[in-house]
Design a protein around this ligand. Sequence first.
Ligand SMILES: *Cc1c(COP(=O)(O)O)cnc(C)c1O
Length: 393
Amino acid sequence: MLDFAAITAATPGLADGKVFLDSAGSSLPPRIVTDTVIAHLRREADIGGYRAANERFDDLAAVKTSIATLIGATPDTIALSDSATRSWADFAYSVPLRPGDRVLISGADYASNAIAALQRAAATGAVVERIPSDDTGRLDTAALANMLDERVRLVSLQHAPTNGGLVNPVAEATRIAKQAGAIVLLDACQSIGQLPIDVIELGVDALSATGRKWLRGPRGTGFLYVRNELAHTMEPARLDLHSATWTGPTDYRLADGAQRFEFWECDVAARLGLGAAVDYLLELGPDEAYAAVAAGAEYLREAMADLTGVTVRDLGTEHSGIVSFTVDGHDPDQLRDRLAEHAVTVTVSRATSALLDMTERALPAILRASPHYFVSRSDLDRFVATLATLTQR
Ligand SMILES: *Cc1c(COP(=O)(O)O)cnc(C)c1O
């Protein structure tokens, strides 16, 4: 069991009694995260960024160890970056594509991934194709199996999408895609920190994730995991003196492992903050945290089901901590703003964030409530009561 009182006390953002339901957007960090970032910024101001970083050399290395522990990997397979999108692109732009090659994305794919895939395809003569969804809205693994051939180079999988509570069968999809020789890149942005992730069990080649969402880390943080044997065969699209070493007038040597996907300059304070966020989760007990997120979201779905005109829109058979919904006769943006007036934070996901899925369901926008484990049942009740006041008559 999580110690709810201790968690609340360790989260300054909860002190004013607001109902915070946006951990899928940018969560409230624990105090240790903010303190770690600020302390390092002050130290940089005091003695300069280089000496300040040197003092935390071991702690910076430990950030990768902590992330690796959380996802069942080793530290040398982790490349830190400033966002999930950066990490996804760093990897995807480094997969060699030739005319006629195929890149598969799914209905739930995040806009930034799809846009990058389309640009790469246009530049190389490859094509981007969509993996169909099954009746429940999950990625259809049988359809994926039928699409695969030797021209499929890259399969982009979405563990949990940005715009709803869907969880995709990524382990099975990965197994099928890898049998056909494709490279599998998993977007774990909405699953890291709220769903169990074991990269070896999942079998993925690479994974991208962000720090500020369910991990409760600082903004401007993210990371890439790349399977070791694969990393050694890849030439990243861009290099610097950290991802490679200048060995002669016409030569350079790539760094080992995932480091070849990492640039030298970075926000050291933010990285230390990310490490603090992951350590906080590891100490809390990831499994307890994941169970609490799932239970809270399920509680909310059930409570919302009683409201007239409110439709919970979560696809699939197994759900993440995102509760997506629409309300008949209410514009999502206006409703979000009215809720904000009552100290309730929810966000709106637009069709342009997950175009294929939203277009298919004819949804221009959808409200998104994403309660983390730190949101109490009474706060969820308050949200539902507020929503009722604003929408029921
Ligand atoms: C937020 C999000 C991203 C992008 O993460 P950034 O850190 O903002 O780059 C990618 N995929 C999904 C599913 C997301 O929800």
